[in-house]
Structures are given as C-alpha cells and as structure tokens.
Ligand binder design. Structure first.
Ligand code: 26Q
Length: 861
C-alpha cells in the first residue's frame, strides 16, 4: 500500500465526526508509518513523489508526462494536508465547536497546488526537490486544470472567504455542487466568443476525496399526504416521484501557516441503487439506465448567470439538491456529536450566498417538522436563528423568482411550507401596519402580479436573522430600494459587510516579486494582517524605493508581453501604460464605454499623426453568458477595434488593444500584477461591490472608476488625489431617470461622440459591414439603459488626465505605493472577522497537531 492509500484508508479526515477516543479509534493500522506521510525534508519529498508516481500514477520517470508529475506532486501535497485535516476534525469534534456553514451554488477556487504550497510554507523546498529531479515546479503548476465551479465575483468571493476562515482558524464547512462541467472555456474565433465545455475532471481530481459513506437521499416531485400520527397529531408525508443520491466530495482548505484545514464539501448526484433493482425486477433495463442518466444530469453543468431562468427547472433542482444534502449532513453531524436538535442554531451558523441556496429555509422546516416531528413554532424559531443572507445584486431583473407551477411540481411540500410561512408572516405585517394592503402585497413571498412566482429574496429575508449587502453603498441601496419594505419591518436585521479578497492568492502567490519586495521592507506580517501595508506609506517619497517599485512592475510587464505574444500573436510595448478591464462582460459593467474611448483616442491620433500621447495597451478579458447577445457583440467590437488599431502602422505603436481569451482565476493571477490602470467603470448603483477592483489595488494599479460598489470605499481609503474618479453618481443617475434621459440629445451635442459613432456606423471596424454593430449603436443612441453616453465625456477627460499623470513617473509611482499601502481594508480577513463578530458569533478554535500525533500513536500501539 502506498503512503497515500495508507493515509486515506486509515485516517478518514471527517470534519466533525471523527469517533470519540473512548469509542476506540480504529483509525491507524500498525503498518502506518506516520513519518512517511509527512515528508518534511527534501529527500523524503523526493521519495514520496517518486513512490506516488510509481504506485498511484503507475509510471516510470522515463514514461511519465508533465501531467503525471503534476498528479504525483498534487497527491503528495494533499497527503501533507491530511494531518492538519484530521487534527482539525478531531479538535472540532472534541470541542463540539460552533461551525460556519457557507452555502454557495458556486465556489470558484482556482488552482490548488500553488496556493497549498504557499499556505503550507513549502514552496521553496518543493521547488528544490523537483529541480534535483530535473523538473520545474512552475511547469508542473501549469498542468493543473482549473476547477471553474463559478461564474465570477460571487463564486470567487466564496473561495476567498474559505481561505480566510481557515487562516483565522474558524471551524467551517463550505457546501456546494461538484459540477462535472464548470464555467465554459472561452475561445475567440474571428473576434467572436466560442464556448467549449470545461472538462476539468478529465484526468481526475487529485484534491478531493469521495465519501460515499455519507451519501444522502434527496426527494423530487410527487405529492404530499396529510394524516394523523398515533397521538392524533397532524403530520405530512412527501411521496416523491423520484429520488436521487448525493455523494459528498471533500477538499481540504488549509489556513496560512497554521495547523487548520477546513473542508469544502461538494455534492454529486447519482441514481439510487434501489431504483436499479426495482427496474431490473420489472425487466426494464433501458428505463433504468435512462433514470440513471437523468439523475446524474443534476450536477452535470454550472449555469451561467444572466441566463433567462424561464424553463430552467434543472437549476432549481440543483439548488434544492445541494441544500438538502447539506442540511441532512448537518443533522448527521449533530447526531454523531450527540447534540439535541433543539440546539441546531447553536451548533451551526448558515450563510446563504445570495438566494441560490435560500430554499434551505423551507427545507430545514421540512426536516425538523416532517422528519423529526418537531412542533412548527419551535422549528420556525430555530430556523430563523440559523440563517443569514448575503445579497449580491441591485439589478431588479436579477432577483430570483420561480414560477409557482415549476416550484410546486418539483417541491410540493416546500410549496405548502412556504404558504404557511407566508400566512404567518403576512399576519405579522398586517398587525404591524394596520392592514396596509399594498405593503402586504409588496412583502409577500408570492408575487401575484400576473403569473405567480415564489420570491426567493423574500424567503431569505423572512427566514434569516441577518441580511447584508457587500459594500457600504450597496447596503444603503438595499435599505432604500431593493429591500426597503423589509428594512422598514426589521431594521435591526440589516448590516453591511464590505467584500474582501485574500492577499495570499492575490498578492503573495500571484505577484511574488512585489510580495517579496514588500516583505523585505516591512517584514512578512502583512500576509495575515494586511493593515500592516500602511508601513509602506513612509516610503512613498523615497526615490530609491520608488525606482525599485517601478522596476518590479516593469519586469512583470515584460514577461507578460512575451506570454501575450505567445498566446494571442499580438505584440505589445511593455513600456506602454497597461490599462486593464477584466470581469464578466455585461452592459452594466460598460466594457463598451471603454472601447468607445479607445476609438476616440484612435481618431485623435489619426487626425494628428505627430501627436505624442502616452502609449497604451488596452487589455480586456471576460466571458459573456452564452445567450447574452449584446455582451457577445461587445466582445466582437473589442476584437474588431483591436484588429484595426493593432495593424495601423501610422500609430507608431502608441495604441494596442488585446482581448485576452478565457479570463479565469489563473489568468487573473497573471494579469493583476502587470496592470497599471484598473477599469472599474460600471454605472453608479449597479455593481454591488466588485472584488477585482481590490485585487488591482493590492498589486499597485491605480483605479479609474465611478462612485459605485466598493470603489466608493477604495476612494475613501486612498484619497481622491490617488484615484481617477469620473461619471454620474447614483443620485445623478436617479435624477436623469426621473427627468427622462434622452441619450440621442447627449450624442447630438457632443462632436467627438458623433465622430466615434459615424466611424462605427460606417462599417470601418467590420470590413465594411455597416449592419454588424447596429444593435449596439441603436441601443446606445435610443435607449442606453446604463448611461454610457451620459458618462462618455467625463470618462474621456479622465482618461486624458491619466495619460498626463503617467508621464510623471515619480508621481505615478507614489500614487501606486499609496494605493497598495492603503489596501488593508480589502483583505477578506477583515471581512471574515466582521462576519464572525457581527453575524456568526463564532470564535477561533486552534488545531493542535501534536495532540493528534499522540492520538495516532496511542491507537497504533
Ligand atoms: C441565477 C439564476 C439562474 C442561473 C444563474 C444565476 C446566477 C448565478 C451567478 C446569478 C448571479 C450569479 C453571480 C452573481 C455575482 O457574481 N455577483 C457579484 O458578486 C460579487 C461578490 O459579492 C460582487 O462583488 C459583484 O458586484 C456582483 O456582481
């Protein structure tokens, strides 16, 4: 048996229900050589690595591919994590620790290898061990398939939060879905986006462990039966049409250089075996296979956002599936830890990452009332103390609603439960607001205007003890706008938790040269206490320090320019200003505002061939939802402008436009360190927070942005003199809307806009096709729902100012240093600290590795 299999069979690192010591620990076989599973020095690492290559991958070095080597290394590192994992699990169990359960339909983890090496503090050692075997760690890291189990901000936020929770030693379970296909891979062909399926599991996933012993059953469809039990109490039975099985897959989440490893538990759907048997007996073999395929379809694919929900029943099935699996898992943990059901809300703090898991509120009620016979009122009191809800959107059209028909046919019992919750809730509203009929209609869990819908945000508000937005401005707008009626009802529930990102992945790992330079100057404390970056402030005017700071960015840019040429064939000037907009493509994020300004600059250069402007490289990246036509047209436009501009020799290389395909976590890690200008240009009031904005800031980019989302707080932190602010505010936009915004008038009044549009309409960027961009042009001229034209001139002027400031390298560098020095607030450690204190009421639990070793040795003897 290999070291890895030893550890896997014997150690079973369950988070919370490792058996109590007195039940005798059947964990370790006498053959286990503990030391072998924890290779600490180079020789041991090399041996474990080659052992794994042979025994697990079944390869000799001469035959092995780079990917085999990567797999062997990944397994060795996961084995190293097992000790912390087992230790954390046994400490949490022994202490029956209060646990955060982060429920999220998306976890956009990004590659694990580099991050685990960083958190374990083993990067250098592994690098050297591999070098002695003639291998390159960097090359092996490129082999990792990115687990893209999220669309963007919301999924990546969940990943950053897991990193901080482990680093802060908070007992945590992340619960979600193990999609077989994550977010699609984007290719660009003739300037258009093409989607390819993301087969991230093709070669297996070395980071997770299946736990079929904790599989659970989930019911779907069918009907309910009301009856009286032996005591004459009314009870309900759910007779489902179909049952699926959820299999948990666990990934260890290591804290930064501590002994904690928490668990990310993702569920995969399978057909139950009982079904096979039943069909086998009836002789319907193909029917059985069909059912199997249907069940397994449940976790097949991640839905892109912005997709119309209409008819997307599978999406609701996914949400219910992972929520039911997770709640049943929590009840199992309560059982094995002998915690009475009445204490559910004391054992767990459940965070709902948007409304995607909000059905959990009805499901917990069903489990407590129907399956455990708890009285309704008691179950409701527990439920309302268990959940907290984070809202991530201000776009009314993005609020989740499910047609009653779909909902009731898939979840007949939950429909009844929601009606009952609603009845009690609306009674409360009527008595508080003396029968205010309109208010009752606005607050109801059911939207009754026309086709009837279940309003998931309302369910989340009613069933949660805390509701938060993700940036100050966003939280204010929730109270005054989107959730106003709920705020008037329960002001005490509302909070703000401004987003944050992990400085481990987004600075220490992605930008080693800047991170190393910072550490050399202020020590390494900043990695877990980002406010320490403040100590860089006193270097802001130090010319020698500044020159080195500049040189780091310059070298990063040179390397990236080579990478870009290799990937896209476009050569860019590494000495030009790198101006970057990377994020999902959406009209409210206004990539088209950016490209319209590029066209303006192009026209200006064409009109004055001798003009010396600040040379710029515009980098774009981001995916469009496959069904979002306008977003796809924006990608085409960016590429179309790029192919004209990049080829035009008369520009003397002063402008380049590159669309970097397939923006994902790995590409993010490459691009933030080279960015000098960060584009955060959404329409004020539309971007809930943004998190890319924070990653750019930490890597020394300056921001050009509107007063939207967390930009507002970034500006507050860095000071107006270190931020390029432009555009209408939320109030301005609301006023424009009230007074009737007519974009065509703005257009007619602005000569530059007219020139830009006439070039666009002439077909100049479309090989003469004047029709191609018409939908985009007409949308802007006659509707412009995101106020692109209203902000155009202000943006253009601000961009000109950026170019001028950049020419003063000393000034720019000083601003860059101050941006990094003042980015401490945007660490996810700060955000998680606030969640722990204000919402979850959880405390750190230290994992003691030594204690674990004693347990192991005792059981071996
Ligand atoms: C809903 C129904 C059906 C199919 C898909 C969806 C769906 C999936 C994902 C809807 C929305 C999302 C993702 C939303 C998201 O990423 N929001 C972003 O969250 C970030 C973290 O808080 C914020 O920083 C961003 O401002 C916000 O846009």
């Amino acid at each position: 048996m290999t070291a890895r299999e030893d550890a896997r069979v014997n150690a079973s690192p369950e988070l919370t229900d490792a058996p109590e010591p007195e039940e005798s620990v059947p964990m370790m076989s006498p053959s286990l050589d503990v030391k072998r599973t924890t290779p600490m020095d180079k020789e041991e690492i090399k041996r474990a690595f080659l052992d794994n290559l042979f025994y697990v991958q079944g390869k000799f070095p001469v035959l092995a591919t780079q990917h085999d080597y990567y797999m062997a290394l990944a397994h060795v590192i996961r084995d190293l994590l097992l000790h912390r994992w087992v230790s954390s699990a046994s400490v949490y169990t022994a202490e029956k620790a209060r646990t955060v359960c982060y429920l999220s339909a998306e976890f956009l983890m990004g590659p694990h290898l580099g991050n685990n090496l960083l958190n374990l503090g083993m990067g250098e050692q592994i690098r050297q061990a591999l070098a002695e075997l003639g291998l390159s760690l960097d090359e092996l890291m490129q082999e990792e398939a990115e687990p893209g189990l999220g669309n963007g901000g919301l999924g990546r936020l969940a990943a950053c939060y897991l990193d901080s929770l482990a680093t802060l030693e908070i007992p945590t379970l992340g619960y979600g879905i193990r999609y077989e296909f994550g977010i699609f891979e984007q290719e660009i062909a003739d300037g258009w986006q093409l989607e390819r399926t993301d087969k991230w599991l093709r070669y297996g996933n070395p980071w997770d462990i299946a736990r079929p012993e904790w599989a659970v059953e989930v019911k779907l469809g069918g009907h309910t039966e009301h009856y009286r039990d032996a005591k004459g109490e009314p009870r309900v039975r759910w007779k489902p049409e179909q049952t699926v099985v959820g299999i948990p897959y666990d990934t260890p989440i290591a804290g930064y250089r501590n002994n904690t490893a928490n668990t990310l538990r993702l569920w995969r759907a399978e057909a139950p075996e009982s079904f096979d048997v039943a069909v086998f007996n009836r002789g319907d073999y193909y029917g059985a296979v069909e059912q199997k395929v249907k069940s397994e379809n449940l976790t097949k694919v991640l839905y892109p956002n912005d997709e119309q929900v209409k008819g997307k029943q599978l999406r609701l099935e996914q949400q219910y599936f992972f929520v039911s699996c997770s709640l049943q898992d929590m009840l199992r943990i309560m059982r094995v830890q002998h915690i009475p059901l009445e204490r559910f809300h004391e054992k767990f703090a459940i965070q709902l990452n948007d409304t995607h898991p909000a059905i959990a509120i009805a499901e917990l009620m069903r489990l407590l009332v129907d399956e455990h016979g708890m009285p309704w009122q008691q179950a409701w009191a527990i439920t309302r103390r268990s959940f907290a809800y984070t809202n991530h959107t201000l776009l009314p059209e993005a609020l989740e609603r499910w047609p009653i028909g779909i909902f009731a046919s898939l979840l007949p019992r939950h429909m009844e439960i929601i009606y009952e919750i609603n009845a009690g809730f609306l009674e409360e509203v009527r008595s508080r607001f003396n029968g205010d009929h309109d208010r009752v209609g606005r607050l109801s869990l059911i939207d009754e205007g026309g086709e009837r819908y279940v309003r998931m945000a309302h369910l989340a508000c009613v069933g949660s003890y805390a509701i938060n937005g993700v940036a100050q401005l966003h939280s204010e707008l929730l109270k005054s706008d989107v959730l106003r009626d709920f705020y008037e009802l329960w002001p005490e529930k509302f909070q703000n938790k401004t987003n944050g990102v992990t400085p481990r992945r987004w600075l220490a790992l992605s930008n080693p040269s800047l991170a190393g330079f910072i550490t050399a100057n202020i020590g390494e404390g900043w990695v877990t206490d980002l406010d320490k970056l403040k100590e860089l402030e006193r270097r802001a005017d130090d010319a020698v320090f500044g020159a080195k700071w500049r040189e780091i960015k310059r070298l990063n840019k040179h390397q990236y320019a080579m990478y870009l040429r290799h990937k896209t064939g476009v050569g860019v000037d590494p000495e030009s200003l790198f101006d970057v907009q990377v994020k999902r493509i959406h009209e409210y994020k206004r990539q088209h505002l950016n490209i319209l300004n590029v066209i303006r600059m192009y026209l200006e250069l064409k009109a004055n061939p001798n003009l010396d402007i600040q040379p710029r490289t515009f980098l774009f990246g981001g995916k469009a939802a496959p069904g979002y036509r306008m977003a796809k047209l924006i990608i085409k436009l960016i590429n179309a402008v790029g192919s004209v501009v990049n080829r035009d020799k008369s520009l003397r290389n002063q402008l380049k436009v590159v669309f970097v395909p397939n923006y994902n976590v790995s590409n993010g890690q490459r691009i933030y360190p080279v960015a000098e200008l960060s584009e955060q240009i959404s329409t004020a009031g539309k971007e809930a927070s943004g998190t890319g904005n924070m990653k750019f800031q930490m890597n020394g980019a300056l921001t050009i942005g509107t007063l939207d989302g967390a930009n507002v707080e970034m500006l507050e932190e860095v000071g107006a003199e270190n931020f390029f602010l432009f555009g209408h505010t939320v109030d301005d936009i609301q006023r424009l809307q009230r007074e009737g915004y007519r974009p065509f008038e703005t257009f007619e009044r602005n000569g530059i806009l007219r020139e830009v549009f006439s070039l666009l309409q002439s077909g100049f960027f479309a090989k003469g096709d004047a029709e191609l961009f018409r939908p985009l042009v007409e949308n802007l001229l006659y509707s412009d729902p995101f106020f692109v034209l209203a902000d155009f001139q202000s943006y253009a002027d601000c961009q000109d100012e950026v170019g001028r400031v950049y020419q003063d390298a000393g000034r720019w560098t000083r601003m860059s240093i101050l941006n990094v020095a003042r980015s401490g607030k945007f660490s996810s450690d700060r955000a998680i600290d606030e969640y722990c204190r204000d919402i979850w009421n959880v405390k750190p639990v230290k994992t003691n590795l030594l204690k674990q070793h004693r347990i192991m040795h005792r059981s071996i003897q």
